[in-house]
Design a protein around this ligand. Sequence first.
Ligand code: NDP
Ligand SMILES: O=C1O[C@H](COP(=O)(O)O)[C@@H](O)[C@H](O)[C@H]1O
Length: 500
Amino acid sequence: MESMTFVLFGATGDLAKRKIYPALYNLFIDQKLPQSISIIGLGRRALSDAEFQNRVEQSIETFSRRVEHDYSKMGEFLNAFRYKVLDVTNTEDYGKLLDFVEQREEELHIPENRMFYLSVAPELFDGIALNIKESGLGSTTGWKRLIIEKPFGHDLESARDLNVKLSKAFEEEEIYRIDHYLGKPMVQNLEALAFANPVLQALWNNQYIANVQITASETVGVEERAAYYDGAGAIRDMVQNHMLQLLMMTAMHLPKQISANDIREEKRKVMESLRPLKKEDVGLHVIRGQYSAGEIHGQPAAGYTDEPGIEASSHNDTFVAARVRIDNPFWNGVPFYIRTGKRMKEKSTRIVIEFKDSLKELYRNRNEQTEPNLLIIEINPNENVSLQLNSKNPLNDGKMEPVRINFTSEQEGVPEAYERLIFDAIRGDSTFFAHWKEVELSWEWVQPILEAFEENLVPLHLYQAGSYGPEAAHHLLKEDGFKWWLDKEALKNLELALQA
Ligand SMILES: NC(=O)C1=CN([C@@H]2O[C@H](COP(=O)(O)OP(=O)(O)OC[C@H]3O[C@@H](n4cnc5c(N)ncnc54)[C@H](OP(=O)(O)O)[C@@H]3O)[C@@H](O)[C@H]2O)C=CC1
Ligand SMILES: O=C1O[C@H](COP(=O)(O)O)[C@@H](O)[C@H](O)[C@H]1O
C-alpha cells in the first residue's frame, strides 16, 4: 500500500472521536494502513501533539470495537499523529499547513499522496476544497483524494452548486462521498447475493418477484441533533441517501464486469428509471409521519415537539414511507417500498423480497394456505440472510407452514463500516462510495417530495413512539394487496407457530 498523508479537518469533533480514530486504529492492528503514514489533525482549538494523541487514545479506549493490550502498538500508532491549529476560513493557515505536510513527507520519506478528510459542517466543504487548491496543497506529484461526509447538499440546487465548487478543486474520481450504509457488510454482500448465486440471479426480476420492502427503523429519537435534524427530517437524513442507496444496490442488474465503474453505471441506470413523482401526487405514494409521546422498551418517550430544541409547531418528518416504481424491463410492475423512522418499536434495517405466489390458488382449492416465499436480508443490528419457504409439518397433521432457512449468522470481529470505507479510500477503490450522478439523481427524485412537504400538501401523521409508524404506512401496501413483512411481532408469531 502506498505511503501517504491523511489530513483530517474536524479532528476535535464527534465523528472523528467516535468513528474515524477507532477505524484507523483497527486498520493499523490489521496491518491495513500503509507502512509510512502521516496523520495530521486540524481544528480551531489549541492542542499540543501530546494532548491530541491523548484524545485519540481516549477515543479508541471508549469507542473501538477492540483494544490491543500490547502498549507498544498503541505508541507506534499514536506516533503517526500530529495536530495543527487551522481555521478553515483563514487562507494563511493553509500555507502553514502545506509547509508542515511537506516537512513530514520529507522526514518520513512519503511521496506526495494526500488524502483530505472533511469531517466538518457541510457549509465548510466548498471553502476547504477551494483553499486546498489555491494553497498548493492539492498540487501533488502523487495522488490526492477528498473524503467528504454527508449531507451532500440540502436539496437539488444546493447539491449541484456544491458539486460545481468541489469539481474546481478535485476530479470526480478523486472524490469519495461517504454513505456509511455502503460500508455495512451485508450491504456490500448484496452484490454477491444477487450476482454470485445463479439461483437468485435467475429470480431477480419482475417475473418472480412481487414486491421489495426496504426498512430502516430506529428506536432513538432526535437526541442532541435538533438544530440539524429539524431542518433535514427523515427525507433528507435517511431517504435521499441511505434508503435510495439500498434500493439501488437491490435493484441493479449484473454489470458486464464487477468493477467500481460498472457497478456505479448499473446503479445510475436504476436511478434513471425511477418513476418521477409529481408534487401534486406525492401524497398518493409517500407517507409522512412524526412521533408523538409513547413508550420505548418500557420507558416513557417524549413526543418530537417536546424534545429539547424542537419548536412546538414543528412539522418535521421523523418517518417516511414511500412506494417507488422502477420503469425498466426488469422491474416494471414490482413496487419497491421504503420505510424509515425514528422512535419506532425496534431497531431494524432489512430488505425483504417477496416472491410471487403462483401456487397459492392451487393450494387454496385444497383448503390449504401457503405463505409467499421471502428472501430476508437483515442488515442491522443482526446480519443474516434467510429464505422463507412452505413446508408440511408432520407433527401437525401435515399442515402447510412457513419455515425459515438461515444462511449466515453473526460473526465476531467484523470490521465496522468506517473501517471498510476508509480502507477502500486509502487503496483508491470507490465502489462503495456515492458517485455524483447517483447523488444528483437521488436529489432529483426527492425534490418534489421536499416541496410537497414544505407546502404541506401531504398530511403529517402522528405515530406513537414505540409503534411501527403511522397506520397510513400499512394502508400504502394494503392498497396493492401486500403487507410489511417481519416487523418483530410478526416474526415472534411465526416463531411461536413453528414451536407449537
Ligand atoms: N457525528 C456523527 O455521528 C456524524 C457526523 N456526520 C458529518 O460529519 C461532519 C462532522 O460532524 P461532527 O464531528 O459531528 O461535528 P462536530 O461539531 O462535533 O465537530 C466539528 C469539527 O469541525 C471543526 N471546526 C468547526 N469550525 C471550524 C473552522 N472554522 N475551522 C476549523 N475547524 C472547524 C471543529 O473544531 P474546533 O471545535 O476545534 O474548532 C470540530 O473538530 C458533519 O458534516 C456531519 O454532518 C455524518 C454522519 C454522522
Ligand atoms: O446517517 C444516519 O444514520 C443513522 C442510522 O445509522 P445506523 O447505522 O444506526 O442504521 C441515523 O440515526 C442518523 O439520523 C443518520 O444521520
